[in-house]
Design a protein around this ligand. Structure first.
Ligand code: CAA
Length: 258
């Protein structure tokens, strides 16, 4: 598939998606969202066991395209926000693990995209934040919802109200970033992490995503019930992944999930 703003490559079982609009620090516009939608529905994604998302050049993504937004009507801005959310939900709901490799600035919509990923690995030199307030705006791609669920309302308000951005180390301390790397090895470390993850039970990985994501939308009692139901289902007689995992442990060998 040919794209203007995206690049895709496979390293073994891991797919690497690169936002490739470096002159505008990979800013998100309607064209980028169209291409992302196509990509997320493509065979390229279906053939990966994990997806790593990164940015070309000095930014991961510096946010929504401010130049494009200058002319927006209220309806166009609403549609843009809904489109961004739809795309980011597609990322969040992919069945395979998704890791953001934050190579540089992850601001506004860029941080919101990273928050839709399952895990964030960042360069020690990266800067992250939701600076929309400096433009008289609010985050429009679910940042006001995803960030407080990750770091609590107080930390999220602090970041959004100040709009200053934080270092990758501060983001790591807050739990936004799960792993810090030297700048030159961010992508490689994200891919290595993905490779480690895909050695685990594929169905269990899918279910972990589903339980965490859906559970965040439920109260803890309902979420706990959902977990027990899925845990029970794993013990159906024909559940080969569970059988192989437990047998491999007892036989002191590595499980073979293929
Ligand atoms: N939209 C469009 N273009 C952008 C952009 C953005 N979000 N961010 C950077 N660019 C462009 C710049 O305009 C510049 O283009 P020109 O060369 O044509 O002038 C080019 O990218 C390089 O940027 P800078 O010269 O500014 O690079 P810098 O290293 O000096 O600064 C930066 C980097 C601190 C990230 C700075 O570019 C910046 O502050 N960018 C805007 C960040 C921002 O406010 N993001 C939030 C956007 S709003 C949003 O995302 C809303 C939402 O949730 C829906």
């Amino acid at each position: 598939m040919e794209f203007n703003y995206l690049k895709f490559e496979k390293r073994g079982r891991i797919g690497i998606l690169t936002l490739d609009r470096p002159k505008a620090l990979n800013a998100l516009n309607e064209g980028v969202f169209k291409e992302l939608t196509c990509f997320l529905e493509s065979e390229d994604v279906k053939s990966t066991r994990a997806l790593v998302i990164t940015g070309e050049g000095k930014a991961f993504i510096a946010g929504a395209d401010i130049k494009a937004m200058q002319e927006y009507s209220p309806q166009a801005a609403y549609d843009f926000s809904e489109t961004g959310k739809m795309v980011f939900d597609k990322i969040a709901n992919l069945e395979v693990p998704v890791i953001a490799a934050i190579n540089g600035f992850a601001l506004g919509g860029g941080l919101e995209l990273a928050l839709a990923c399952d895990i964030r690995v960042a360069s020690e030199k990266a800067r992250l934040g939701l600076p929309e307030v400096n433009l008289g705006l609010i985050p429009g791609f679910n940042g006001t919802q995803r960030l407080p669920r990750l770091v609590g309302a107080g930390n999220a308000m602090y970041l959004m109200m100040l709009g200053e951005g934080i270092t990758a180390t501060e983001a790591y301390q807050l739990g936004i970033v799960q792993k810090l790397t030297p700048p030159e090895s961010t992508l490689d470390e994200a891919v290595a992490l993905a490779e480690k993850i895909v050695t685990k039970g594929p169905n269990a990985l899918r279910l972990i995503k589903e339980m965490v994501r859906e559970g965040l939308e439920l109260n803890s009692k309902e979420a706990g019930k959902m977990e027990s139901k899925e845990f029970g289902r794993l013990f159906k007689e024909d559940h080969l992944e569970r059988e192989e995992g437990i047998n491999a442990f007892l036989e002191k060998r590595h499980p073979n999930w293929e």
